[in-house]
Design a protein around this ligand. Sequence first.
Ligand code: FNR
Length: 181
Amino acid sequence: SKYQIAVVVGSLRKDSFNRQLATALARLAPPEFSFTQVRIDDLPLYNQDDDAQQSAPVLRLKSEIAAAQGLLFVTPEYNRSIPGVLKNAIDQASRPYGKSAWAGKPAGVIGTSVGAIGTALAQQHLRNVLAYLDVPTLGQPEAFVHAKEGLFDASGNIGEASRAFLQGWMDKYVDWVKRHA
Ligand code: FNR
């Protein structure tokens, strides 16, 4: 595809709603876009001593990001912030200093939560981190998705009630990536 998107899911859980959301969202994009969920569960915990010799999983992550024209973060909220596994992945690929893989890659931030505010605070924290990393992040529309019955249909597509809204979100995301890629 013309536009390859590296998708970072902030949950390692097998049945993660956020992973399901990432998969369903990808189906709303035009054919010139392809989405790949990058692996973050085998990354070591970030240790600055390793900067001179980054491990194979870190180098893999960095090359996947480097090859992508855009980023999509789909994350749950843990204790009113982003999960540690996501922050670890972001930190790993941001180093060594001056060799960040993230800089300049257009991004979308979205997430789903069983809680009523649907990851709003996690997304806000993530936007702070991405701003520092020089990642241009789609500002509007915001999407705080409540993980409730019917969010996905039996085929894993976005359910009826949220489809028009999330299609609108995806259309803006696609424009955003094209503008910055
Ligand atoms: C949560 N959950 C949660 N939900 C929320 O809306 N705000 C929060 O601050 C938290 N905090 C939190 C901390 C921890 C450690 C866990 C495990 C969970 C609930 C969370 O929304 C729920 O577990 C989602 O299902 C997680 O997303 P995945 O794994 O389904 O993608």
